[in-house]
Design a protein around this ligand. Structure first.
Ligand SMILES: [Ca+2]
Length: 227
């Protein structure tokens, strides 16, 4: 006859359940989100045709096009910042695939300073179509061109609206992108400046986590131990 006390069995069951359902570590889906490896993983729209500005990845504290001061990278030695001395459409983007069934959380650090006294947001991405002066962060359809307008926007993470502060020190921006599990998406950072406007990003992260199984909660483990 087995004389092992009952509580040993209960502890064993609880341990076994906890081990079996132990949560997997989060997976980082963004390549070089801290920009410490330069351009690796990132692409630009406008490099070849626009010589008056672009997204720059460096630790420079002065914009090479504008001569304007930049906030220091909030992490490490590098960040990405959009710098320009003439109106134009400047885009930085990266395509990522979110595994099926995963929860996905986007986070990043954003800062900007608008030397104008207004914002003019639109979903258009050509400064020739309408007066435009804005910063946008969108989840895009990666099958379309990088400067796709409203037709390509799957979710807007951030946009400067009328009334948005003109000066923004380091700010954490987050968004739940779990709805795109099983899909490839494009993270797009867009700046269209009619007047002087500085903007920087760093610490871009898209963490994928498996949903927590019900049995991995305290109640779930207790319930499982009585089966
Ligand atoms: Ca960095």
């Amino acid at each position: 006859m087995n004389s092992r006390p009952l509580h040993v069995f209960v502890l064993g069951i609880l341990f076994g359940v906890g081990f079996f359902f132990a949560p997997a570590h989060a997976v980082e889906l963004v390549t070089n989100g801290n920009f410490e490896s330069g351009d690796t993983g990132w692409a630009r729209f406008n490099d070849a045709t626009d010589l008056t500005g672009k997204w720059i990845i460096s630790g420079a504290l002065v914009g090479p096009f504008s001569g304007l001061p930049q906030l220091a990278p909030p992490q490490g030695a590098n960040q990405a910042f959009s710098d320009q001395n003439f109106v134009g459409t400047r885009i930085l983007y990266q395509d990522v695939s979110i595994p099926t069934g995963m929860n996905a959380t986007l986070s990043l650090t954003l800062w900007y300073h608008n030397y104008a006294t207004y914002w003019i947001p639109t979903t258009f991405t050509s400064y020739n179509e309408f007066p435009v002066h804005m910063i946008r962060i969108d989840v895009m359809n990666p099958a379309l061109v990088p400067n796709a307008s409203a037709i390509g926007i799957l979710k807007t993470v951030f946009v400067t609206q009328t009334g948005t502060p003109l000066d923004q020190p380091y700010k954490t921006v987050t968004a739940d992108l779990s709805q795109f599990a099983g899909q490839s998406i494009r993270l797009r950072f867009l700046c269209i400046a009619r007047e002087a406007l500085t903007v920087g990003i760093d610490q871009v992260s898209l963490q994928a986590d498996p949903p927590v199984p019900a049995a991995n909660t305290t109640w779930g483990a207790l319930r499982a131990s009585y089966r």
